[in-house]
Design a protein around this ligand. Structure first.
Ligand SMILES: [Zn+2]
Length: 269
């Protein structure tokens, strides 16, 4: 599943090909996605792109007079084609640009979305989202305050978008390992110092992935290649039974809040 680093890498990849140009129109071959493609997108005509932003895992394309809100769902990707080429089976939406290029959305499982908002402040999907993990607002003090008296296990708690956005399953397991905190601990048991370490590790793990993404996906302008999601050097995620890279103890896995969680019982307390 594309996670926050992949979305941010996608944003950086497509931004220079879009900003300052017009979206001439949108070619929607499959409007039945997670939610139906918004009518305003189906009838889009000659709107200039002012910026390409991201909030949580949403791509926000700011146009002259409105916003396109894209979500890549479970299996979606976007790339920029240098010119229109024949679509494949899973190429559901093309945004045709005035520079001759095409922003193409591909999604085998169709859990993505392309929505419209006149104004971001009244956009339902963006309401109630917690702070961005890489923002200054998300710091140890914030996490400590929010964790008081919380009995929820720390890993599913971290993955709640109302607390902080974009800490997906891989990043929650990895940052808890780096912080030496067991994922099963009640959030309320975290000390202020642990909250500071955890926030720093979440930022570091996500930033490193974004950097790697930038080098893995060198060019978003490719006619045939698909921007694949990047393999990373993982400490615990997906490594059940394999030796911990720090102490050699076998990595364990447990389902917490329906999600597989990986940890080293010796390193993490
Ligand atoms: Zn270990």
């Amino acid at each position: 599943m594309p996670e926050l680093p992949e979305i941010e890498t996608s944003r950086r990849g497509i931004e220079p090909h879009l900003v300052g140009y017009c979206i001439v129109n949108a070619v929607v071959r499959q409007p039945k996605l997670r939610w139906p493609v918004s009518a305003q997108i189906l009838s889009l005509k000659d709107r200039q792109v002012l910026s390409v932003q991201r909030r949580a895992k949403y791509l926000l394309i700011e146009l002259d007079g409105g916003w396109i809100i894209g979500h890549l769902g479970m299996s979606g990707s976007v790339r920029v084609l240098p010119e229109p080429i024949a679509p494949g089976k899973h190429d559901h939406v093309d945004f045709v640009l005035s520079n001759g290029k095409v922003l193409r959305y591909t999604d085998p499982r169709r859990f993505g979305a392309w929505l419209w908002a006149d104004d971001l402040s009244d956009c339902g999907v963006l309401k109630h989202l917690g702070p961005e993990p890489l923002s200054d607002e998300f710091d140890g003090e914030y996490l400590f305050k929010k964790s008081r008296a919380k009995k929820t296990q720390v890993k599913p708690w971290l993955m709640d978008n109302k607390l902080v956005v974009g800490v997906g399953n891989i990043y929650a397991s990895e940052s808890l390992f780096e912080s030496r905190i067991l994922p099963t601990r009640p959030a309320g048991s975290l000390t202020e110092a642990e909250c500071g370490i955890l926030v720093a590790e979440i930022k570091r793990v996500l930033s490193r992935s974004i950097e790697q993404g930038g080098t893995t996906l060198k060019d978003f302008l490719q006619a045939d290649g698909k921007p694949g999601y990047f393999a990373q050097e993982l400490q615990v995620y997906g490594r059940m039974g394999e030796p911990c890279r720090v102490c050699g103890t076998a990595i364990e896995s447990e389902k917490l809040g329906q999600r597989s969680s990986f940890f080293c019982r010796r390193c993490q307390k």
